[in-house]
Design a protein around this ligand. Structure first.
Ligand code: AQP
Length: 337
């Protein structure tokens, strides 16, 4: 038996922020020691909302470089571009045909994003979670590390595998598709916006000041944190629902400084915002420094990146094709000679 598998990804919809890193990418790194990691840049997801083609290509390579810069080791993990493996689209179609429409219509992310696009909502946006199910199920993933916002999509993937494929088309002891488990970290699973402690930090938020991007230079980090929304209380605390900004900024500080909640709660219990903000800025700048340095090298000369992506594609394709053929055959589709 091989090692258990991990599947995860980020959509190249813009500059990656500390929410993407804390909520997802940072969990991938320790899993490399014990699991086979399949980490994709999910570019087919990125085109479910209006996009600029040139920007998409740049973001796709930049996202892959960020995986490496954050500590993903291509000897231990396969990094690849989703659209380069056709099995993702084909399995998505097969799963589409067994997924009830009303399962998709109740997805929170669809409802939130659809509102923003008024009468320009694509079928792709509605279908996003089925494509995500295909991404996960193709690799027989045991674990899917994601941020809190993807929990509902993950549950959908589990239901499609279990209720719509395995129970209808599976025969014998071994399930046709592996039903994956989510891995959602306890702290930092939902990093909130710097300008509104009640909204998720997001790449697509039109307000640049709402997030700290992984590639932001120190002076910009300082500026964004200086302008971050606060409240009028002295003494900072976790977990007060009337103080979402305090909870969010302390959580970010606790994770980025590596100090943990208890020490941070103690250190900041009598602190004012004027003292806290420079500490937070310093912690963010220090945490991002090594990532930014490694990223610069990878993006200035893309030779290493191309080799990693080609190797990752080759590894992933073998696994994906095997699963796809298993499902095709169970559904009664005739193989080519
Ligand atoms: N604010 C967040 N806090 C913790 N985790 C987060 N993730 C996203 N935002 C936060 C996690 O990052 C991974 C990649 O996310 P994605 O790019 O696939 O899509 P998303 O969840 O829709 O992220 P964004 O940044 O909000 O992108 P846009 O604005 O394009 O929709 C996922 O594991 C996600 O949970």
């Amino acid at each position: 038996m091989g090692r258990p598998r991990v599947l995860s990804g980020v959509q190249p919809t813009g500059a990656l922020h500390i929410g993407n890193w804390i909520g997802a990418i940072s969990s991938w790194v320790p899993l490399q020691e014990s699991h086979d990691n399949f980490l994709c840049v999910v570019d087919l997801h990125a085109i479910t909302v209006p996009h600029d083609p040139k920007q998409l290509s740049e973001n796709t390579l930049s996202t892959a470089a960020i995986y490496l810069a954050c500590g993903i080791d291509p000897k231990l993990s396969s990094i690849f571009i989703q659209s380069q493996i056709k099995a993702h689209s084909e399995l998505c179609w097969l799963l589409n045909c067994v997924t009830p429409l009303n399962w998709l219509e109740r997805m929170i992310q669809f409802k939130e994003k659809a509102v923003k696009q008024a009468d320009n909502v694509s079928v792709g946006l509605l279908d996003y979670p089925v494509l995500m199910a295909a991404d996960i199920l193709l690799y027989d993933a045991d674990l899917v590390p994601v941020g809190e916002d993807q929990k509902q999509h993950l549950e959908l993937a589990r239901n499609i595998a279990q209720q719509r494929i395995n129970s209808r088309f599976g025969k014998g002891q071994k399930p046709l598709l592996k039903v994956p488990k989510g891995l959602i970290r306890k702290e930092g699973a939902r990093v909130m916006s710097l300008t509104d402690g009640q909204s998720k930090m997001s790449k697509s938020d039109p307000n640049e000041g709402s997030r700290i991007n992984l590639l932001d230079p120190p002076e910009l980090i300082n500026k964004k944190i200086k302008r971050a929304k606060t409240d009028t209380h002295i003494g900072l605390e976790f977990g007060n629902i009337d103080r979402p900004e305090a909870d969010n900024l302390l959580t970010i500080y606790s994770v980025l400084s590596g100090m943990g909640r208890d020490s941070v709660a103690k250190e900041c219990s009598e602190m004012g915002w004027g003292t806290f903000k420079p500490l937070l800025a310093e912690a963010a700048i220090e945490a991002l420094k090594p990532i930014q340095k490694r990223y610069k090298d990878l993006i200035n000369d893309k030779t290493e990146l191309s080799i990693v992506l080609e190797q990752g594609r080759a590894n992933a394709e073998v696994v994906a094709e095997k699963t796809l053929n298993r499902v095709r055959s169970a559904l009664g589709l005739i193989e080519r000679n």
